[in-house]
Design a protein around this ligand. Structure first.
Ligand code: NAD
Length: 309
């Protein structure tokens, strides 16, 4: 099993670190366009092996896609992150070219790979990767909803004063400050709806804190976050390589599901060795469906920008 992570920046390096520690593959390739950075970080991580007790072989590469050949899973994190005050959508001009080029290079050397898109604006980059590679839809997965759901659970656990591991909570829709939809009605604390324990005001605050979860961190750190994004990608990769069939919210190409077509958007999907294997239909109520449709409209507008680049 070989896995490649493209982009050895904050998120890419954290993804690689998590994958190596968990020994999700025998060989891990970290690739970046900046001379020496991927090699340096790969060597630094390799030197943790004797301390952390893993045997994953980590290889760094400066833009040499030959080294990525035969990867089963490829994670694309290359591209600009946002600065405080920026939206994810503002990154489209630069990141579209990067993601398109990277996806095509990857395909040449790893024609059977499952590709995970992390670069923002993620839903549009996932849509672009699908178009640019022509791969079967099940092999292109956008990572956003897993992270947003983890943030949702974090804010729920802080308010309920409970373990996030006892919570079930999912965020669907676009991966944007205004487009994501934390489904509070479906969130449970060990099977009991959280709405039974929270006031209307508390629920609204948790939902809005979740939606700006990334922006809050960007404001504090000065760039976008990497620990939770890195862990979220690792969880997704783990479900693929171990064929776990975990149910995660991911951005995938919908064809009529949730009332949408010709778009990649966050919906609950079963993740296994074939990529995303099945979309699970949460019966949205009228208001949730209307919010989902609005989210899809915003993502579609962003996808239309691709035509102008
Ligand atoms: N989907 C999510 O939930 C999520 C979460 C966090 C960050 N992000 C996004 O992930 C991306 C990376 O964030 P980061 O904080 O790691 O940024 P970063 O600047 O730390 O790292 C990006 C890396 O990409 C590299 N790169 C640029 N062009 C490249 C190319 N053509 N080929 C190979 N490498 C190239 C850069 O040299 C840099 O090392 C950003 O677009 C960010 O917005 C997404």
């Amino acid at each position: 099993m070989k896995i490649t992570v493209v982009g050895a920046g904050a998120v890419g390096a954290t993804v690689a670190d998590n994958i190596a520690r968990k020994e999700l593959c025998e060989e891990l390739v970290l690739l970046d366009i900046k001379e020496g950075v991927a090699e340096g970080k790969a060597l630094d991580m390799t030197q943790t092996a004797a301390l952390l007790g893993f045997d994953t072989k980590i290889i760094g590469s400066t833009n040499d896609y030959g080294k990525t050949a035969g990867s089963s899973v490829v994670v694309i994190t290359s591209g600009l992150p946002r600065k405080p005050g920026m939206t994810r959508e503002e990154l489209i001009g630069v990141n579209a070219n990067i993601v398109k080029g990277v996806a095509q290079n990857i395909l040449q050397h790893s024609p059977d790979a499952i590709i995970i898109i992390v670069s923002n604006p993620m839903d549009t980059m996932t849509y672009l990767a699908l178009q640019a590679t022509g791969l079967p839809k099940n092999r292109i997965i956008g990572m956003g909803g897993i992270l947003d759901s983890a943030r949702f659970k974090c804010y729920l656990s802080m308010t309920l004063n409970c373990s996030p591991n006892d919570l079930n909570a999912v965020v669907i829709g676009g991966h944007g400050d205004t487009t994501m939809i934390p489904l509070i009605r479906y969130a449970t604390w060990n099977s009991v709806p959280v709405t039974e324990f929270l006031s209307e005001e508390q629920q609204q605050k948790i939902v809005s804190d979740t939606m700006v979860g990334g922006a809050t961190l960007t404001k504090l750190i000065g760039t976008s976050a990497w620990y939770a994004p890195g862990a979220a990608v690792m969880a997704l990769v783990e479900s693929i390589v171990r064929d776990e069939k975990r149910l995660y919210s991911c951005s995938v190409s919908v064809e009529g599901e949730y009332g949408q077509n010709d778009i990649c958007l966050g919906v609950p999907v079963v993740i296994g060795k074939n990529g995303w294997e099945k979309i699970v239909d949460y019966k949205l109520n009228e208001q949730e469906q209307a919010t989902f449709n609005k989210s899809a409209d915003a993502v579609r507008n962003m996808n239309n920008v691709l035509q102008t680049l």
